[in-house]
Design a protein. Structure first.
Length: 606
């Protein structure tokens, strides 16, 4: 018979990007003494990956623990970006309640909708936390009303709509039930968790059932299964079976070690029981959504549903003439093994073979989802080349083409609102809402996913860097018509060598350069953007001819080069066309033609 544990709470923190989720957790750790160290506590302690700190987002879900009032509070930090929704979908199932963090100024945003929908579908009890109430021009009451309206729209139950609300500032580390209070600490938040979130339902006397929600990897012990125990107990050295689904044959294994969250890390324990979130080592072929069971009672829990990918691109073995000079070029089997290892952990990602043995098609939930993988491989010292992103189309029952549509929001000063409207409408966007906010306009659109490539850069250019853009997958809808991807051509190097300042000086009037003097070159490398529509072949290695004519003093020094436009990985992926590739090495991001030889490109064009 099912009961509830009173000595534990499992709670997820969900929020839109940059609404202060990680900063709030920092404050909870500091005020409860969960982290003991000299000096000030490190900021963003849950952002352990370098990319998380650099991008200011949560990419992978993490579990940490705080002991408060004699009760263990397991805090599950979830990604706020929809591209990492595969993480959200898995880990919210380990929780019994959620802290929904909302910025008092921005209110409900697209990714608030996404993570909240996942939490409500899992039957979590929400506690609404209105953060950043010290921000000028904020409207906490309006933020709460918007959350209520959104919950109604998402089909929340009556008991979920009766949510408690706390107001405060994670940065200044105070929370209160009154919106006008500006002092105190964060402990009222933990009090609300203990009072409002129920303990986990458990079947203590039933056979073991533990569902794997995440996979970590260690060079010493291999795969580490992270999941919640729903029934029974698991102990170090215990024999178990792993069941994938009701039709699969159980696989035998033995638990090497059981670990429970403790602070930011974990601790080894002899045994853990129903309601605990644990890490299990020793089972080599374990996968996400698998159920670890008692050998005498194998029974799979329902599989964790994962939304399908919407974007795909090719990952290939580098064929660059510079291969091996800046990193480790992958062989075909090494690339496949690395991608398969990623897909085993990242279940929202897919890998498929192509007609070429050294090229694989990788699908994900968005461009950021895939670019994080590319950047991770790059930081591992690997070299590879990737193709342009394309959307994944579906068909309805009548054979009509359906495309992924995103719900996008743009916050922009009022004087730039018309420019944003024109830019979005050119890309087949449809305006769904317009809301004034303290001198800004909050614009909401639905827009085809394929039309968002390069959109963020275009918005920043049109608004002098003032636009704030967010988007989330909305639905598959009928195809909205063709849109030109890029209206300008490329300047393509005709030969190998090093770029020369004199040659670049003469080229910069023809467009925007992507390289500077001394950059290594090869035939087919894209060195700049041509101001006209067609591609042109140029020679960036051409030096000034020597003559016996005396030049005016200082003539050579008069050459002034405009600084090159340096592309980030995401910008390069958004920029390239279907016949182009991005070459990724630990030191550089380069764009090139898929066919390096100019004659071969002409033949393919015909």
């Amino acid at each position: 018979m099912s009961a509830r544990r009173d000595d534990i709470r499992n709670i997820a923190i969900i929020a839109h990007v940059d609404h202060g989720k990680t900063t709030l957790v920092d404050g909870l750790f500091a005020q409860t003494g969960a982290v003991s160290r000299r000096g000030e506590i490190q900021e963003c302690i849950l952002d352990r990956m370098d990319q998380e700190r650099e991008r200011g987002i949560t990419i992978t879900a993490k579990v940490c623990a705080i002991d408060y009032g004699g009760i263990r509070v397991n805090i599950i930090d979830t990604p706020g970006h929809a591209d990492f929704g595969g993480e959200v979908e898995r880990v919210v199932r380990m929780a019994d309640g959620c802290l929904l963090l909302v910025d008092a100024f921005e209110g409900v945003m697209p990714q608030t909708r996404f993570v909240l929908r996942k939490a409500l579908e899992c039957g979590l009890k929400p506690i609404v936390v209105v953060n950043k109430i010290d921000k000028a021009g904020c409207e906490p009451a309006s933020a709460v009303d918007a959350v209520f309206d959104l919950m109604v729209e998402l089909g929340a139950e009556d008991w979920q709509l009766d949510f408690p609300v706390l107001y405060g500032s994670g940065r200044d580390r105070y929370m209160n039930s009154e919106p006008n209070a500006r002092s105190g600490d964060l402990l009222p938040l933990l009090d609300a968790v203990l009072a409002q979130v129920p303990g986990p339902p458990v079947e203590a006397d039933a056979p073991l059932r533990l569902q794997v929600s995440n996979i970590e990897h260690s060079d010493f012990v291999g795969r580490i299964a992270v999941g919640r125990i729903y029934a029974g107990e698991v102990a170090t050295g215990q024999s178990v079976v792993v069941v994938t689904d009701s039709s699969a044959t159980p696989r035998r294994g033995r638990v090497l070690e059981v670990r429970r969250p403790l602070g930011l890390g974990d601790e080894a324990v002899e045994r853990a029981s129903a309601g605990d979130v644990v890490r299990i080592t020793g089972i080599a072929d374990i996968g996400i959504s698998d159920t670890i069971c008692d050998p005498e009672h194998p029974a799979a829990l329902p599989a964790i549903p994962i939304d399908e990918p919407t974007i795909r691109m090719t990952f290939g073995v580098t064929s660059s003439p510079l291969a091996g000079q800046e990193g480790k070029p992958l062989q075909s089997r090494d690339l496949k093994a690395r991608l398969e290892r990623e897909c085993a952990r990242n279940v929202a990602m897919r890998i498929a073979s192509t007609e070429r043995p050294d090229v694989y098609e990788v699908s994900g939930r968005g461009l950021l989802h895939l670019s994080v993988l590319i950047e991770t491989m790059r930081r591992e010292g690997l070299e590879l080349q990737v193709g342009s992103p394309t959307v994944i189309y579906h068909e309805d029952e009548r054979g009509h083409r359906l495309e992924p549509i995103e719900l996008a929001s743009v916050d922009v000063p009022e004087e730039f609102a018309s420019k944003v409207m024109n830019l979005m409408l050119e890309r087949r966007a449809v305006l769904s809402a317009m809301e004034p906010r303290s001198g800004h306009q909050h614009l909401t659109f639905t827009i085809p996913s394929r039309c968002t490539f390069g959109l963020r850069t275009a918005l920043l250019t049109a608004t002098q860097g003032e636009a704030i853009y967010h988007a989330i997958f909305h639905a598959y809808e009928p195809y909205r018509g063709d849109v030109p991807r890029r209206s300008v051509g490329a300047m393509i190097s005709k030969c190998a060598g090093e770029a020369v300042g004199f040659a670049l000086f003469n080229l910069q009037d023809r467009g925007t350069l992507f390289i500077g003097p001394g950059a290594p070159l090869y035939e087919g490398l894209i060195v700049g953007e041509h101001a006209k529509e067609e591609d042109i072949i140029v020679n960036p290695t051409r030096e000034k001819k020597l003559t016996n004519m005396r030049n005016a003093a200082g003539a050579d020094e008069a050459i002034k080069l405009t600084p090159p436009r340096l592309m980030t990985l995401e910008e390069a992926l958004e920029y390239i066309g279907d016949d182009e590739l991005v070459e990724v090495t630990p030191k550089n991001i380069r764009m090139r033609k898929a066919l390096l030889d100019a004659t071969a490109r002409k033949r393919a064009g015909r």
